[in-house]
Design a protein around this ligand. Structure first.
Ligand code: PGA
Length: 248
C-alpha cells in the first residue's frame, strides 16, 4: 500500500490537560495501520505532555507549530529548535499560512527555520499555498513554487529525507472550501517537479491541507499525487480524527 501521512495541526487549541486526554483517548481508539504515519502539532505548552502520552506508538510523531531559527537567546515568546526538541518534538511546521499572513513571516524567514530544523536533525514540514486573489490571477503555481524555493534554499544530501511539504491553499483553510482532488493533484505535480529541480534525490511526501474532513479526506488521498493530509479543525475532535486516519 502507498505510504500516507496524516498530520493534525491543533493551532491555538487544547491546553496541556486536554491534549493529554486527547492523546490517551486516541490511543484507545486506534492502532497503527501499515504504511500510515501520523504527526501531531500541539500548541507549544502542550507539546511535552502530548509527546509523552504518545511515545509508545512508533507510527506517531509530535512536532511544534513554529520555531525560531536561532538556537537560543533573547527572543521573548519564541521557541527554538533545541527547546522544541527537548519537549519531544521530532519536527515542526514552517511557513503555515497563519504564520505568513497573520504574523507577517517572510519567505526568507521560512528558509532560516527549515535550515535550523534540518541542521538539528529534525523534520521540517514546509507549508506553501496561494491566496484567493493569487489563484484568481492564475498565479497559484508561481506563488507555491516561489515559497518552496525560498523555504528549501540550501537543502542538500541526507537532509532531504527530513523534508515534508504541505500544499494548503489559503482560501481553503478553515473556510469549508476545498480544492478539488484534481486541482490539488495538479499543484502537487508541480511541487514534485520543482523538488526534483531543487535536487531532492527521491520523491518527498506532499500533503494537502485546507478544510480536510471525514467527508473529503479519502477522495483527496485517492489521488496518487496526494501523500496525506494536514488537518486543522477536523483534528480537534478525537473520534472524528481517529476515523479520518483509520479510513481508506
Ligand atoms: P483547516 O486547517 O483544516 O481547519 O482548514 C488546516 C491548516 O491550517 O493546516
Amino acid at each position: 500500500m502507498r505510504p500516507l501521512l496524516y498530520a493534525a495541526n491543533w493551532k491555538m487549541h487544547l491546553p496541556p490537560a486536554e491534549a493529554r486526554a486527547f492523546a490517551e483517548r486516541f490511543l484507545a481508539l486506534t492502532s497503527p495501520v501499515s504504511g500510515r504515519s501520523l504527526w501531531f502539532f500541539p500548541p507549544a505548552v502542550s507539546l511535552e505532555g502530548t509527546a509523552v502520552a504518545l511515545r509508545g506508538r512508533p507510527d506517531i510523531r509530535v512536532g511544534a507549530q513554529d520555531v525560531h531559527w536561532e538556537p537560543k537567546g533573547a527572543f521573548t515568546g519564541a521557541t527554538s529548535v533545541p527547546l522544541a526538541a527537548g519537549a519531544g518534538a521530532a519536527g515542526a511546521l514552517v511557513g503555515h499560512s497563519e504564520r505568513r499572513h497573520v504574523f507577517g513571516e517572510t519567505d526568507a524567514e521560512t528558509g532560516r527555520k527549515v535550515q535550523a530544523l534540518l541542521g538539528a536533525g529534525l523534520t521540517a514540514l514546509l507549508c506553501v499555498g496561494e491566496k484567493l486573489d493569487q489563484r484568481e490571477a492564475g498565479q497559484t503555481e508561481a506563488v507555491c513554487l516561489r515559497q518552496l524555493r525560498a523555504g528549501l534554499e540550501g537543502v542538500t544530501g541526507g537532509a532531504w529525507e527530513r523534508v515534508v511539504i504541505a500544499y494548503e491553499p489559503v482560501w481553503a483553510i478553515g473556510t469549508g472550501r476545498n480544492a478539488t482532488p484534481e486541482d490539488a493533484a495538479q499543484v502537487h505535480r508541480a511541487i514534485q517537479a520543482e523538488l526534483a529541480r531543487l535536487g531532492a534525490p527521491g520523491r518527498r511526501p506532499v500533503l494537502y491541507g485546507g478544510s480536510v474532513n471525514a467527508g473529503n479526506a479519502a477522495a483527496l488521498t485517492a489521488q496518487p499525487e496526494v501523500d496525506g493530509v494536514l488537518v486543522g479543525g477536523a483534528s480537534l475532535d478525537v473520534e472524528g480524527w481517529a476515523g479520518i486516519v483509520g479510513r481508506g
